[in-house]
Design a protein around this ligand. Sequence first.
Ligand SMILES: Nc1ncnc2c1ncn2[C@@H]1O[C@H](COP(=O)(O)OP(=O)(O)O)[C@@H](O)[C@H]1O
Ligand SMILES: [Mg+2]
Length: 155
Amino acid sequence: MINTANEIKITLTSRSVNESFSRAAIAAFVSQADPTVEELNDIKTAVSEAVTNCIVHAYPNTHGKIYITASISLAGKVLIRIRDQGLGIEDVKKAREPLYTTLGGDRAGLGFSVMESFSDKLYVRSKLGKGTTVTIEKQIWGKLKAEKAPKAQES
Ligand SMILES: Nc1ncnc2c1ncn2[C@@H]1O[C@H](COP(=O)(O)OP(=O)(O)O)[C@@H](O)[C@H]1O
Ligand SMILES: [Mg+2]
C-alpha cells in the first residue's frame, strides 16, 4: 500500500500508437497501489477502450488532444479521467447501450459495456461539438482482501 495520495496527468495526441502507451503508463502508475493482476488488467482494458474511443470517434480523420488524469487515494481508490475536445456524443444513454455503435465495420459497440464491467463506476459526460469526459472509478484491494480472508485450516 502507498501511504500518500498521488496523481499524474498525461496529454497525448490522438494517434493510435498512443493507445498502447496510455495503457502502459496508467498500468505503471496504478502498480504502486499493489493491485492484483486481475485488477490491473481490468484498468488497462477500460483505459484502452476509452482512449480508442477518443482516437476513432472524437477526432475522426484528424488528430486532437487526449487529456488523462489518474489518481490514487490513500484508501486505494483509483480514479482515471479521460477527456477529449472532439465531436461529442449526442445521446450518452444510447451510446452506453451494448452493441450501439455509430461506426459499423470492425467496431462492436461494446466499448462502454467493457468499461462499465471492468470498473466499479463509470461516468460519461459529453457535449456535442465540445467533447467527452469518461471517468473510471475502481477500488484497488490488492492482496489485502486475500490476506484478510480467513485462511484454510493448517494441519
Ligand atoms: N470520445 C468519444 N467521442 C465521440 N463519440 C464517442 C466517444 N466515445 C464513444 N462515442 C460514441 O459512442 C458509441 C459507442 O461507443 P463504444 O461502446 O465504445 O462502441 P464502439 O467504439 O465499438 O462504437 C460510438 O460508436 C460513438 O458514437
Ligand atoms: Mg469503442
